[in-house]
Design a binder for this molecule. Structure first.
Ligand code: HEC
Ligand code: HEC
Length: 374
């Protein structure tokens, strides 16, 4: 395989992380130590296998879709679309989040329905709007059909060809994703590195708004030694909530009675079920329309935004929050399930543009756009 610049960067970073091995890996400036599950330790061979699987389009019903189709190395592992296209151009319901730094999340997906990277990684394979494979047996058949994979799985997991399961796919891909860790942005060099010149005056003012008048840091926290910019909780910010119609509680109860047999399929193919958010997982009415707070690192590289991909610029996202959860003051809302923290802020034009400058300062060196201009 030929390594382009992003992969080479990843390989170097992985090497650095491994040198500092333990159950907790050393990480770039601004990030906490990386937790690694005791039953899936990082090894170079496992990471290499995971990287190959992540990029291998044979794991799809059409031979065209791999994880990398919706999580593109070159744009910070996002896909640049409001909602992605899977096999046969099938359209999903939710924006593809980046997988960079996903290794830190306690729960995966916008609604937190997967409890680990290992568990998350096999779900897209069987989803009809993503990889579209029929069943687990197909995943195993593809792994077994490649003598290289059979040999690697034997070497990495000690499993013979007969003993291969989709969990091997999940564990290797998760190990690879734990190398996609990015910090050391201009903000980190200023705030955690003490480099007064690393950040523009506008971005510094934007940080004041972020932690002050904007109340952003209440849900996107900035700690004393590091920042993931997420509280790892679920909030209803009024994005897409109107899609549930005039009686969202009734819809929720109806969903509870008929409960989809496969949550992963249902939320990604039916728009209204998607909008139930965390409720579809937790069954708690207070979670209706609530979605996981995303981390904001490399946010300037991963437009469009929000779980439904409905806002295409950071300026619009900032206006959305400034208006209390709507882009235009005439849009519907607030809704009865909306977080009390989402309310009109009355920011000035200057404060809004400073906030955008701050968000733009969260881009890590490996995802700066100029690296990809040749
Ligand atoms: C067709 C596009 C598509 C493909 C292919 C795809 N994903 Fe995703 N991915 C998404 C979407 C959309 C979501 C959000 C879905 C949700 O939250 O309900 C997502 C979510 C994730 C998340 C959760 C991140 C977070 O912040 O919660 C991870 C991790 C991830 N994908 C990894 C993978 C891996 C590994 C593969 C390959 C096995 C893969 N994806 C294949 C579109 C895709
Ligand atoms: C109540 C908690 C909360 C507050 C306060 C909050 N956010 Fe968020 N933010 C979220 C959640 C939850 C989402 C995802 C919502 C969704 O898609 O439904 C989000 C999404 C975003 C996104 C889009 C991320 C992406 O990957 O699509 C940006 C950018 C953002 N917030 C910035 C801000 C800024 C700037 C402020 C302050 C003006 C702010 N947030 C205030 C919880 C919050």
């Amino acid at each position: 395989m030929k390594f382009g610049p992003p992969l080479r960067g990843t390989a170097l970073l992985a090497l650095g992380l491994l040198l500092a091995c333990g159950h907790v890996l050393a990480t770039p400036l601004g990030l906490p130590p990386l937790p690694v599950p005791a039953d899936n330790p990082q090894t170079p061979a496992k990471i290499r296998l995971g990287e190959q699987l992540f990029h291998d389009t044979r794991f799809s019903s059409t031979g065209e879709i791999a994880c990398k189709n919706c999580h593109l190395d070159a744009i910070a592992f996002h896909d640049g679309r409001p909602v992605p296209r899977g096999v046969h151009m099938a359209r999903g319901t939710r924006n593809a989040p980046t997988v960079v730094n996903a290794a830190y999340f306690e729960l995966q997906f916008w609604d937190g329905r997967a409890r680990s990277l290992e568990q998350q990684a096999t779900q897209p394979l069987l989803n009809p709007v993503e990889h579209g494979l029929r069943d687990a047996a197909e995943v195993v058949r593809i792994l077994r059909s490649d003598p290289g994979y059979v040999e690697q799985i034997r070497a990495v997991f000690g499993a013979s060809a007969d003993a291969i399961t989709p969990a091997h796919f999940g564990r290797a891909v998760a190990a690879y994703e734990r190398t996609l860790i990015a910090g050391d942005s201009p903000f980190d060099r200023w705030y955690y590195g003490g480099d007064a010149k690393a950040l523009s005056a506008a971005a510094r003012r934007g940080f004041e708004v972020f932690t002050g008048a904007g109340h952003c840091a209440q849900c996107h926290p900035v700690g004393p030694t590091d920042a993931l910019f997420t509280d790892q909780r679920f909030h209803n910010v009024n994005a897409g909530f109107a899609r549930l119609g005039p009686a969202p509680e009734q819809l929720a109860r109806r969903y509870r009675d008929t409960r989809a047999s496969n949550l992963d399929h249902a939320v990604l193919s039916e728009l209204q079920i998607s909008e139930l958010g965390r409720y579809a997982v937790s069954d708690r009415l207070e979670d209706l329309g609530a979605f996981k707070t995303p981390g904001l690192r490399n946010i300037a590289r991963t437009a469009p935004y929000l779980h439904d991909g409905s806002l295409n610029t950071l300026e619009k996202v900032v206006r959305f929050f400034d208006n209390g959860g709507k882009l235009d003051p005439d849009d519907p809302g607030p809704n009865p399930f909306q977080s009390p923290l989402i309310r009109p802020l009355g920011l000035s034009e200057q404060q809004r543009s400073d906030l955008v400058a701050f968000l733009e300062s969260l881009t890590s060196p490996e995802y700066q756009p100029q690296r990809y201009r040749r």
